[in-house]
Every structure is written in C-alpha cells, then in structure tokens.
Design a protein around this ligand. Structure first.
Ligand SMILES: [Zn+2]
Length: 349
C-alpha cells in the first residue's frame, strides 16, 4: 500500500517533469534518472501541452536530441485508408476518397473542444497522423517563426530554379497548416513535401477551413495523415479529412488524397533523392505556352479607334471613352496587335 503510493508520487513527478521537457532541456534527463524501470503513460493532454511549449526554445534543440523515436501514438484514431485505393498521379493535385466523406467517428463529430494532437516520430523519424479540432482559439496570433532547424525524414535541399516555381523542390510542409494551428517548428507536424503538394495540393483545402472558421467561429475536425509506402522516408502523399461540427459538415466536408509529386521531377521516395525528368519543360517555357494560348483565345475587347488601344470590357477607361471612338471587337489579341492596336496599360488585356 505504502509502496504503491510512493510509485504514484514518483509517477506524478515524472509526468510533471515531462511537461517541461522542451522548455528546460535537462528535465528529460532528470526524469529518466529518477526511476527508469517505471513506465509512465503520458496522457494525451500532456502531449498536446508538450507540443505547445515555447517555440523559440524548440528551435534551438537539434532534431537528433528531441524525443527518442517511438511507435505511432495509438491515442489518435486513424483513418480507414490504404494506398491501394489510389490511382497513380495523372495531372490532378488531389483525388477524393470515400466519396469525399471523412472517416471521423460519430463521437468525434459532435466535439466542440479545442484539441490538437500529433503522433510521435516513428523509428525512421517519420511523422504520423495529426489531428485537431480547428477553431479560433488554436489559430496563431503571432507572426510565423523560423522552421529551418527541423529536418523532416527524407529531407534534401534541392534547387531546380528553372523547373520548379519557387526554386526548391521540397518545402517543410505542415501537416496541420500553421494558419490553422499556430504550430510552427514542431517536428511532429512537418514532413518533406514538394512545393506542388504544399501550394497546389494542400493550401486550397487549408484556406477553405481557415475561411470557414474565421467567418463562423465554428469548429472543424481536421486530420492529416502522411502516407508512407514501406520504409520510404518521403511520403507518397497525404490524406486530408475535414468536417465542420456545428452544422454537421454543411460548411466544410472533404476527404482527399493529395499527391506528393512535382511535375518535371522524378523523386526516389525511399531516400528523398531526386532528378529532372526526361523532357522536362522549364517554368519559363510553361509560361510561354500559357501566353501563346491566351494570345489565340477568342474573347471580347473594346477598342479605342482614336488612341489605337484595346481594353477588356470592364476596364474603367471604357466608360470614359467617347462613343464615336468606341468599337466592340470579338476575336483574338493577336489579330488586334496585327491591326496596329496596343493593349491598354491599365487593364492589361
Ligand atoms: Zn483598359
């Protein structure tokens, strides 16, 4: 009886020390010196608190020194998903899964408490599922800090300046976006993601959730699961699920898989190594072909026959134009330029 009480007290000391793990740096060592044979189950709340400690101090700690890699946190309910359901990437940044219906449990779909939980890194240093109930109280109030100290699994600095918009193939890609969670240099929330995954794939969904929570003050259950094949260090993609709680998914509901790919680049997902694809077209070449398409598109213009400028129909200059000089034109930009017209500098048609 007395002994059990003592162990109970020790467990309390250890878990309190655990809260301060990042903030004091030495607390973890103290904790493991106390009574190494006692295994303390750290409650989920403690993990969430641990993740929310002072970000500046997290940045100073080398990733290798942070928490020993352990199994994926079993407290976080996982999605009923397998990569077998997913067709190979074919030009669309994402694909809907399970008819766009997320896999949240009925109990979770009525939760209105704020939470955010992150899996511990696994033995290969990889992130696991991240789960949150997004609401105004989780959203950041401070400017985003530096995240360059975190090296997610498979990380390489790979500059393809002519072939990748933004130059770098990989971004430190937040699972739960910073704009939603305020979580920044948390290594349990950052994966090696392509620029394309980050900006074209995930960002529009993050914005949708952000806009909805901003305008309603409601909660959105939000879960992002990086999907790794075998022992690959770079995720093949991420599963993103969301469900707005107060209106039963009417405001926001999705279940999508976003591909961690980059047009023009071939990625070795086992290691993160990459190379330029055969026949890759540079960003500049892609722009030229887009411009060529625009040049030859048949649309409406308004011409000023006096100044020899052409405008979009909505340009402010059109209403100022004298009727005798005004002429409507349905055709291509190319034709107008061949007729000696110049594009208006204001509406840039
Ligand atoms: Zn104009």
């Amino acid at each position: 009886m007395k002994k059990r009480l003592l162990i109970g007290i020790l467990a309390c000391i250890i878990s309190v020390a655990g809260y301060g793990f990042y903030s004091t740096g030495s607390a973890n060592n103290e904790a493991s010196n106390v009574e190494p044979q006692i295994k303390v189950e750290q409650p989920v709340e403690a993990k969430a608190i641990e993740d929310k400690v002072d970000k500046e101090e997290v940045e100073e700690i080398e990733v290798e020194e942070v928490a020993p890699a352990t199994a994926i946190d079993e407290e976080i309910p996982s999605s009923n998903f397998s990569l077998d359901q997913i067709a190979a990437y074919s030009g669309s940044p994402y694909i809907t899964v399970n008819n766009n219906i997320p896999y949240f449990s009925d109990e979770d779909k009525v939760r209105t408490d704020a939470f955010e939980i992150f899996s511990n890194l696994d033995s290969l240093g990889r992130c696991g599922v991240a789960y949150a109930n997004i609401c105004k109280e989780l959203m950041p109030t401070e400017e985003r800090g530096e995240i360059g100290s975190v090296r997610p699994s498979g990380w390489h600095t790979a500059n393809y300046h002519e072939y990748v918009d933004g130059n770098y193939l990989y971004n430190r890609c937040h699972l739960i976006g910073y704009q939603l969670s305020g979580e920044n240099a948390n290594e349990k929330n950052l994966i090696t993601g392509t620029r394309y995954l980050n900006v074209v794939g995930m960002l529009p969904f993050e914005n949708e959730v952000d806009d909805y929570v901003d305008s309603t003050g409601n909660h959105v259950l939000y879960r992002v699961t990086p999907i790794f094949e075998g022992n690959n260090l770079v995720a093949s993609g991420v599963l993103m699920e969301a469900y707005s709680v107060e209106d039963q998914g009417k405001g926001v509901m999705f279940n999508v898989y976003c591909y961690n790919v980059q047009p023009n680049i071939v990625i070795d997902y086992a290691t993160g190594e990459s190379e330029l694809a055969a026949g890759a077209t540079s960003v500049q070449e892609q722009q030229v072909s887009t411009d060529a398409t625009e040049q030859s598109q048949v649309v409406d213009f308004v011409l000023n026959t006096n100044t020899k400028k052409f405008h979009t129909p909505t340009c402010g200059s059109v209403s100022d134009m004298k009727d005798k000089n005004k002429q409507y034109f349905h055709g291509t930009r190319e034709e107008l330029i061949n007729q000696g017209y110049d594009p208006c500098g204001r509406c840039n048609p």
